[in-house]
Design a protein around this ligand. Structure first.
Ligand code: NAD
Ligand code: MG
Length: 398
């Protein structure tokens, strides 16, 4: 039993992870209460969430959306509507907050996730891009403040569960030889390179096992999601790139594995439903009901495993090379990918041009030591600019 009620801030409340988080919270009203919600600009969705969860604060990215939400909410609700980055940081670090779900998509989620880490909160990290961009700074902030960092990405949550409870910070000392990061392979797993090059945004967003936001869906189709997760695993669990191996597992039932020196391999299994890792992060080290049905292995029947194909999915290689190179190269890859994915979703470029653009950006923008947040932000904006130029070059050459 949970002894006291915990106050939760949900950053990215209207998104796929945000909604799943609020679903789990609603199942445990005696244990969790919503302190604040934040979203980009979907006023109607936020209005409904505010009425249901009655947060003390609601934060929108821009002033117009905040004003629209303010007028849409009954005054008696008592929710204060704020806007912008400083408000995001405030609700992530407020003294009354116990838990912060960091589920904004992309680099936009870094400052607020970092604010939660610096304030020593229990940080449920879904926003993998924050760690990819600024893993060094993020992990240092967690260390300094004593924040409890719980990975929500299903693979990393699985790895966390399979690591030895007392020795997670030093996996090698605890006899861990490797982490096996599973990948569904995405919707184009069996497609030829020629067909992949012609893929449409709708095809890329139709994931076989998971229902997710559009950006991460495209990342899953290109395997950049696994590339970002590869980097994420290295930061979270202090692993070298050669200690992480990607294994394609199309059923998405084994969420990842940890291999030990003595030959043992521990796995975490479950239905592909993000409410499981979210409930784990909320309640750890306890366990609560997540609303997820029991896994039926007999119905699943078969669990398949195969090697990833980096020739058809070059994004995986680009991410691995970035982590091997170190410095700001991971931030460069992340930013270039965000621009390339947005351009693909706008039908400005083809699917095969996503890795081509990232490759051009890492060739043109040099990696430096990521000493502080300003350096990381500069790398991010330089890479965005170079990626936009690459997109423009591609468009004029057509
Ligand atoms: P989504 O697109 O469904 O939701 C994104 C949320 O972020 C929305 O609430 C949106 O309003 C908010 N947002 C977007 N831009 C913003 C900005 N500039 N400022 C403030 N808020 C902003 O995305 P999602 O699928 O929920 O993914 C969220 C994060 O979780 C991503 O980093 C993703 O990689 C990660 N993740 C998602 C899943 C999943 O199953 N969906 C699994 C693992 C990890
Ligand atoms: Mg994942």
């Amino acid at each position: 039993m949970m002894s006291e009620r915990r106050w939760v801030t949900v950053l990215g409340a209207t998104g796929s992870i945000g909604q799943s988080t609020l679903d789990v919270i609603s199942r445990h009203p005696d244990s969790y209460r919503v302190f604040a919600l934040a979203a980009n600009q979907s006023v109607e969705a936020m209005q409904a969430l505010c009425i249901k969860h009655q947060p003390r604060y609601a934060v929108m990215t821009c002033a117009d959306a905040a004003q629209a939400l303010r007028s849409a909410l009954p005054e008696a609700l008592g929710t204060e509507v704020l806007q912008g980055d400083s408000a995001l940081a405030m609700i992530a670090s407020h003294a009354d907050v116990d838990v912060v779900m960091a589920a904004i998509v992309g680099a936009a989620g870094l400052p607020s996730a970092l604010a939660a880490a610096e304030a020593g909160k229990r940080v449920l990290l879904a926003n993998k891009e924050a760690l990819v961009m600024a893993g060094h700074l993020f992990m240092a902030a967690v260390e300094r403040s004593g924040a409890v960092l719980l990975p929500i990405d299903s693979e990393h949550n699985a790895i966390f569960q399979c690591l030895p409870a007392n020795d997670r910070a030093q996996p090698e000392m605890a006899g861990v030889s490797k982490v096996l990061l599973t990948a569904s392979g995405g919707p184009f797993r069996c497609w030829s390179s020629e067909d992949i090059a012609l893929a449409t945004p709708e095809q890329a967003c139709a994931h076989p096992n998971w229902s997710m936001g559009r950006k991460i869906s495209v990342d899953s189709a290109s395997l950049m999601n696994k590339g970002l997760e590869f980097i994420e695993a290295c930061w979270l669990f202090d692993l070298r790139p050669e200690q992480v191996e990607v294994v394609v597992h199309p059923q998405s039932i084994v969420h990842s594995m940890v291999q030990y020196r003595d030959g043992s391999v521990l796995a975490q299994l479950g239905n592909p439903d993000m409410r499981t890792p979210i409930a784990h992060g909320l309640a750890w080290p306890q366990r609560i009901d997540a609303g997820v049905g029991p896994l039926d292995l007999v119905a699943a029947g078969k669990l398949d495993f195969e090697a990833p194909d980096e020739a058809r999915f070059p994004c995986l290689r680009l991410a691995r090379e970035a982590v091997e190179q170190g410095g700001t190269s991971m931030a460069l890859v992340n930013a270039a990918n965000e621009i390339a994915v947005a351009s693909f979703l706008d039908s400005a470029i083809g699917f095969a041009q996503i890795p081509a653009i990232i490759e051009q950006v890492v060739e043109r923008v040099s990696s430096v030591e990521p000493d502080d947040l300003a350096v990381v932000k500069k790398a991010d904006s330089d890479a965005r600019e170079a990626a936009l130029e690459a997109v423009a070059r591609l468009r004029t050459s057509h």
